[in-house]
Design a protein around this ligand. Structure first.
Ligand SMILES: Cc1cc2nc3c(=O)[nH]c(=O)nc-3n(C[C@H](O)[C@H](O)[C@H](O)COP(=O)(O)OP(=O)(O)OC[C@H]3O[C@@H](n4cnc5c(N)ncnc54)[C@H](O)[C@@H]3O)c2cc1C
Length: 438
């Protein structure tokens, strides 16, 4: 027989933990967190460097210490969870109200849950070599930076001694330092774009402090070696990101680490029919972090890739609270899912342009908005001395001067409901960048 649960949370990383804690504190105790790993904490378990929690706890914690703060709350509140259990299937009941969640545990045992609400908190995965199309042989010695981090930090194994890193995402930067500290020689970090994909603080603390060069507008054009990697050829790229002939340089190395982007793990969301954004590959959500399917919420790296875990926890707490509100509303018979037409009435669409790539949320429902709504976004290039400007239709709502904005750093603004609705409900809320120097 199927088991019933009010809120089922998929993923026991920082997002799933914070969502579970918040939903429990909001009064819904019939919750289940399902985690495929043998422990809670998600990717933080392998992030043994410090720098976590400055925003939330005003302390510099390591990843496991940060996760532990939330695991303790889950234990104290007795929020139920299952480990070594993977969600394999997610679909809607025939009437469209109940979410049918199938899980498989270590022994291969299947359980089917009927959940009133689901919180998607599955995190993201790294883009692997197959997705990058690097020509050459397929020798051993090529890893994603996260896999290398797992080997070094959790298994105590060194993937290699002479290292080149392709991509300057945060995991690559962190691993440049980690491999150096473990005695490897990290020759360089090559980045295809003319800017780094990682946080400024990581470039300073992980590359500059160790004298590791960051070669912007460069990529790996050839992989050498048959059984084991023996070297890579790096070349400069032009404005169209194509290698410039004559700029090739050969580097001896036995290890190539790839840090070329993260992809939200949205296979289950897609299976359920959740609308996904082509820009973030995460769900399209409204101000309540609710997806296109009523009662299905999304948060953390599965929604959009975050650079700081503090914002993951903040966002996931909000998702947990909204899931709890949803449960209370359906138990009072309030939240009968709207028809598409009715649901679309009075919605404000968040539009991004002028260098802003996306926003989360991208839909605002004024009658569901709190006094303050946090809107997170990323830019698509580096900007210096610009204004972030927001408009309710054509009316300027907010103007904030920014000294530097970069794609690697997530931005946020806080929108006051009264400012949005000052002259009635607009059809769009636009976020753009002005005063760009050419
Ligand atoms: C190398 C690295 C360095 C970082 N450094 C910093 C830093 O210095 N400071 C900072 O603030 N942040 C840092 N971060 C970012 C931070 O760790 C992430 O933002 C955060 O872990 C994201 O949390 P999450 O819960 O969304 O995802 P995750 O931590 O990835 O958790 C998702 C969980 O869902 C589980 N899951 C997925 N699919 C299923 C399924 N089908 N069934 C059951 N379970 C499932 C996974 O096993 C996983 O445990 C770093 C991240 C990395 C990778």
């Amino acid at each position: 027989m199927n088991k019933h649960v009010s809120i089922l949370i998929i993923g026991g990383g920082p997002a799933g933990l914070a969502a579970g804690v918040a939903a429990h504190k909001a009064g819904v105790h019939d919750i289940l967190i399902v985690e495929r790993d043998i422990r809670l904490g998600g990717i933080l378990n392998q992030c043994i460097h410090n720098g976590f929690g400055l925003h939330t706890f005003k302390e510099e914690l390591t990843g496991p210490e940060y996760a532990d703060r939330y695991i303790k709350q889950v234990e104290e509140l007795k929020v139920p969870y299952r480990l070594a259990t993977i969600v394999t299937d997610l679909k809607l009941s025939d009437d469209g109200h109940t979410k049918i969640v199938t899980t498989m545990d270590e022994e291969g045992g299947l359980t089917v849950y009927e959940a009133d609400a689901v919180v998607l908190a599955m995190g993201c995965r790294e883009r692997a070599r197959g997705a990058l199309n690097i020509p050459g042989e397929r020798p051993a010695g090529i890893y994603t930076a996260g896999t290398a981090q797992y080997f070094v930090n959790l298994e105590g194994r060194m993937p290699g001694r002479e290292v080149v890193i392709l991509g300057s995402g945060d995991i690559g930067l962190i691993m440049a330092r980690r491999m150096t500290l473990e005695g490897a020689s990290v020759k360089l970090v090559a980045e295809l774009q003319p800017y780094s994909g990682g946080l400024k603080r990581n470039i300073v603390q992980c590359l500059d402090d160790y004298g590791i060069p960051l070669m912007l507008s460069h990529t790996v054009v050839k992989i050498h070696g048959e059984k084991r990697l023996t070297g890579v050829t790096i070349a400069e790229v032009d404005d169209h990101l194509s290698p410039i002939p004559g700029t090739e340089q050969y580097y001896d190395c036995d290890t190539l680490l790839l840090s070329c982007g993260l992809l939200p793990e949205n296979e289950l969301s897609g299976q359920l029919g959740v609308t996904l954004s082509p820009v973030t590959s995460g769900a399209v959500v409204n101000e309540s972090l609710e997806t296109s399917i009523p009662g299905v919420f999304s948060c953390g790296n599965v929604l959009h890739v975050h650079d700081l875990v503090d914002y993951v926890s903040e966002e996931a707490s909000a998702a947990g609270n909204h899931a709890a509100e949803y449960i209370k509303e359906i138990s009072e018979g309030v939240n009968v899912p709207d028809s598409d037409d009715k649901a679309a009435e009075g919605r404000v669409i968040v539009v991004t342009d002028g260098g802003v790539r996306y926003s989360v949320p991208s839909i605002l429902r004024p009658d569901h908005m709190a006094d303050l709504t946090t809107i997170r976004f990323r830019v698509g290039a580096v900007f210096k001395d610009v204004d972030v400007v927001t408009y309710a239709d054509d009316r300027e709502v907010m103007r904030i001067h920014k000294r530097v904005m970069a794609p690697g750093e997530m931005e946020q603004t806080v929108l006051r409901k009264t400012d949005l609705l000052k002259e009635g409900t607009p059809s769009t809320y636009r976020i753009t960048i002005e005063n760009k120097q050419s």
